[in-house]
Every structure is written in structure tokens, then in C-alpha cells.
Design a protein around this ligand. Structure first.
Ligand code: GDL
Length: 473
């Protein structure tokens, strides 16, 4: 298998999520990590840098340009390729020449700061054209190709070696199947987008569990170039309760030969991305079959150095147990999976038959609860701040469940009589959103059903709903 020794293969990080962009100190730390691990690309496109997307026509202020200049220079010093993107798709009028002037103005501003590479992104926008655009271009794909080809040519006149990236409106298999962007969007792109412009692609899904060689080859055929993977596997902007510190996985090493690069768009919280980046670097630089668990355990050993506390130390074993609870979107780590299985087995059976299994569960639950609590003692405060809201919740659940199992095992009493003064209705699992979430349930196949229909055969389900809808907020 050819290794991406040449700098042509893009391997690195996209700052491309929704929510607060990273701060400069985090980006500078990122570049140190990347340079020492051999990741070569940083792609700047935070969705909520509002001049990137919401008010893309406005140029940067002096203060903003100085931040960007510093960022570009830091990349250069670290031997990292800096790519800058604009996302004009929310309201661009493709057939209005003044819009191209706005794009040129911004790119000009970025070139003056030393920016070497550019991108135009058309993800997450309305997939329709106004009447003038429809009349002029006939399709969204043609309109976008016109803008991207014009801008790529303009950039390359000034920077002949520049890389130019394009993100389509349908950017994953599911969107393409749903004909987002109109009939033949992707074939039109393949045909009309200037060769040499890279096309970003997230795989079969927005958050792809797997990206196979066959999938990449099929996309290369349609797009007439190897896709450049925008990998959302570790992104957590869509769910504020989770983060993902599992290994880069679900992609075989052979994929490297089939794509123009692998760029990960990770957790919003910079501090929580150590394992994501470290294992990506290992994936890209190593050879032979990929062993995600081994890569995870090795990365956790390293990340552990950042978990020094001002109190009782956190062991690597405890960190792995905690990390396993926040593993990957479709997968718990094995230790979290085992803990869940044990608990589910206990709760599904009569306490009189629990025997040693109760104490077994309780020992792990206490370990996990205490590891969560100890995060408050981390010396690296930004790491604690990134973790605290999430591990607070896990700690609460572990505490409750451990006491529940303990009480039941001791008294072998009826479960409904167990109460916790720390978990009262309205404050525990309270809130409007939580109640909304319980009204609709999702089947494993992805269909949504009213929660009441789960047991619609009787009144029981409706009673259950009323019980779950506390008067206290
Ligand atoms: C997306 C967005 C991305 C976001 C991610 C995860 C692309 C091309 N765009 O659809 O900005 O962070 O999902 O929510 O992936």
C-alpha cells in the first residue's frame, strides 16, 4: 500500500463544527501536536465565526486580521498547510457579479495575511435557487461550479500552487440518495468542477460509522477525482451531552490510497480531542492492519499525562474506564459496554438471585463515580471545564445506581420504594427538553413512534406518561 509520504495527501484537522470556535491558544497547542505527530493540514472553517458564514460579505476588522495572520504564520512555522474557507451559500445570488466581488475581496484580504489555500463550502444551506439563478444556471450544481471555478482560477493566478477545496450541498451518500441539490447534482459536479479542485465528502452518512474502499471508489467514479474525506466521526456539536474520545476507526488503512486526504472535524471542546487526533495520525502514518483498540490504549497512556491532579492521582485504568463511557457515536468502549450489560442483567432480575454480581457492579460503579468526581482536581483547568458538565451527569447516575443496587441487594425489597434525596422529581432529569424527548421514541431501525404506542395495548403507557410529566419544573 502506498503511504502518503508526499504532502499532497491532506491529513489533519477541520475546525468546522457549530458552536464557539476554538481560542487561539488552543489552535497553537494543536499545531504543536500536529507537527510532532505528522499531521499536515489545518482547515479553518468554524461555522460560527460569523464572518465565515452568517455575514460572509463583511471583511475582517484589524483585530480579527491580526488573529488570522498569527494563525497562518504559526501553521507555516510548524510545516502545516493552512486552508481558509468561506461559506456563502445561505444567501448568495449566484448570478450577481457583485457577489463574486465580495468573495474576491475577502480572499484578497486573506492572501494579504499570507493565506496559501482556499475553500468554498456549500453544506447545510437551502438546496434551491431563486428565479434569476435558476434561469441563468438551470441547476444548483451548475451555479456553484461557476462560482467555485471562477474563484479557483482567480486564486491560482495569484497563488499557482494553492489547493482549492469545495464542499457540495449533498455531502454524504444519504443526501445524494435523497436527491438533495437536485437530480444529477454530483455527476454535474464531477463533469463541470475544474479538475484539481478537491471535493469534500463525509462518507455514506454525515456521521459515518464506516467508510469503505468500495464507497470511496464509487465516489471517485462519480466525482471524477478522489474524494477528500471530511470526517465527522468525533464531532459532538449535534449532542451537548456527549463527547467522543474513542479511536479513529471504521475505516480500513487501504482507504488512504482511495482518497485525497482524511480531515477530522472533531469535538467542539478542543481539550477532548487528544485521542481523536493522535489515533488519526497513527492511522495515517503507520502500516499494516489497523487495530483501533490498541491505538486507543496507547493514546490514553499519553493523554493520561494531562490528568495530573492536585489530590489523589487518577490511574490510567480509571481513565480508560471513563473514556470507554464516551467512546464513539455508535459504540461504547468495552469496559462501559460490560458495565452496562452487568447493570441491565441485575435490573432485569430479582434481587434475591443477584449474589456476587451486585457487589461486582457496585465496585466498578464506585470507581467510575470517584474518577468523575476527581476531575474537579485536574491541574489542567481547561480540560476540567471541557469535561465537567458531562461527567457530572455520569457521576450522578453512577451514584444513584450504585445506591439503588446496594439497597436492593441488602433488603431485597420492592424497587419502587427506593428513593434518593439528591434525585427529586423536577430537578432530577427535569426540564422541558427532557420531557419532549420522552414523548417520541426511536426504534433501532430509526423510525419514530409516540412513546405511548410502545405499550398501546393498555392504559399503562398513558399512565406512565402522566407520571413522567411532573407539575414541578
Ligand atoms: C455537518 C456539518 C458540520 C458539523 C457536522 C456534525 C459537514 C460538511 N457539515 O453536517 O459543520 O460539524 O455536520 O454536526 O459535515
Amino acid at each position: 500500500m502506498a503511504q502518503p509520504d508526499t504532502n499532497d495527501f491532506l491529513a489533519g484537522v477541520i475546525e468546522g463544527f457549530y458552536g464557539p470556535p476554538w481560542v487561539q491558544a488552543e489552535r497553537l497547542e494543536l499545531f504543536d501536536w500536529m507537527a510532532s505527530w505528522g499531521l499536515n493540514t489545518y482547515f479553518y472553517c468554524p461555522k460560527d465565526d460569523w464572518k465565515q458564514r452568517a455575514i460572509w460579505r463583511q471583511t475582517y476588522t484589524a483585530e480579527e486580521t491580526s488573529t488570522l495572520r498569527e494563525l497562518i504564520a504559526a501553521c507555516e512555522q510548524h510545516g502545516i498547510r493552512f486552508i481558509y474557507a468561506l461559506s456563502p451559500g445561505l444567501d448568495i445570488r449566484y448570478s450577481d457579479p457583485a457577489e463574486l466581488d465580495h468573495l474576491r475581496l475577502r480572499f484578497e484580504q486573506m492572501i494579504s495575511l499570507g493565506c496559501p489555500n482556499f475553500a468554498l463550502l456549500f453544506d447545510d444551506i437551502p438546496d434551491r435557487l431563486d428565479a434569476a439563478d435558476l434561469d441563468r444556471w438551470g441547476s444548483l450544481a451548475s451555479a456553484q461550479c461557476h462560482v467555485a471555478n471562477t474563484m479557483a482560477a482567480w486564486v491560482r493566478e495569484r497563488l499557482p500552487g494553492a489547493r482549492f477545496l469545495f464542499c457540495p450541498t449533498p455531502y454524504c451518500g444519504r443526501m445524494a440518495d435523497a436527491r438533495l441539490g437536485g437530480e444529477d447534482y454530483l455527476p454535474t459536479l464531477g463533469r463541470d468542477l475544474t479538475p484539481g479542485i478537491d471535493i469534500l465528502w463525509t462518507g455514506p452518512e454525515i456521521i459515518s460509522k464506516e467508510i469503505t474502499v468500495d464507497h470511496a471508489r464509487e465516489m471517485a467514479r462519480v466525482l471524477r477525482r478522489k474524494p477528500l474525506i471530511w470526517d465527522n466521526y468525533h464531532a459532538n456539536d449535534y449532542d451537548g451531552r456527549r463527547f467522543f474520545c474513542g479511536p479513529y476507526s471504521g475505516r480500513p488503512r487501504e482507504l488512504i490510497d482511495e482518497v485525497a486526504g482524511l480531515l477530522v472535524n472533531p469535538n467542539c471542546e478542543f481539550q477532548l480531542n487528544y485521542v481523536a487526533f493522535r489515533t488519526l495520525a497513527e492511522f495515517v502514518r503507520g502500516s499494516g492492519p489497523w487495530d483501533p483498540r490498541a491505538a486507543y490504549l496507547a493514546a490514553m497512556q499519553e493523554w493520561h499525562a494531562q490528568f495530573a491532579t492536585c489530590g489523589i492521582p487518577i490511574s490510567v485504568e480509571d481513565l480508560v474506564l471513563l473514556g470507554d463511557c464516551y467512546y464513539l457515536p455508535y459504540e461504547d468502549g468495552p469496559e462501559a459496554a460490560a458495565l452496562f450489560q452487568k447493570l441491565a442483567a441485575l435490573l432485569g432480575s430479582d434481587p434475591s438471585g443477584w449474589g456476587g454480581a451486585a457487589n461486582d457492579f457496585r465496585a466498578t460503579a464506585v470507581r467510575l463515580r470517584d474518577a468523575c468526581a476527581r476531575m474537579a482536581e485536574l491541574r489542567r483547568r481547561p480540560l476540567f471545564y471541557a469535561l465537567c458538565r458531562r461527567v457530572w451527569e455520569l457521576r450522578e447516575e453512577m451514584d444513584l445506581l450504585e445506591r439503588y443496587v446496594g439497597t436492593m441487594a441488602a433488603s431485597q425489597a420492592d424497587g419502587s420504594r427506593f428513593g434518593s434525596d439528591f434525585h427529586l422529581p423536577g430537578t432530577y432529569r427535569g426540564g422541558f427538553v427532557d420531557r419532549l424527548q420522552r414523548l417520541l421514541r426511536q426504534t433501532p431501525e430509526g423510525h419514530f413512534l409516540p412513546a405511548a404506542s410502545a405499550t398501546r395495548t393498555g392504559q399503562a403507557s398513558r399512565d406512565h406518561l402522566h407520571k413522567d410529566t411532573p407539575a414541578v419544573l
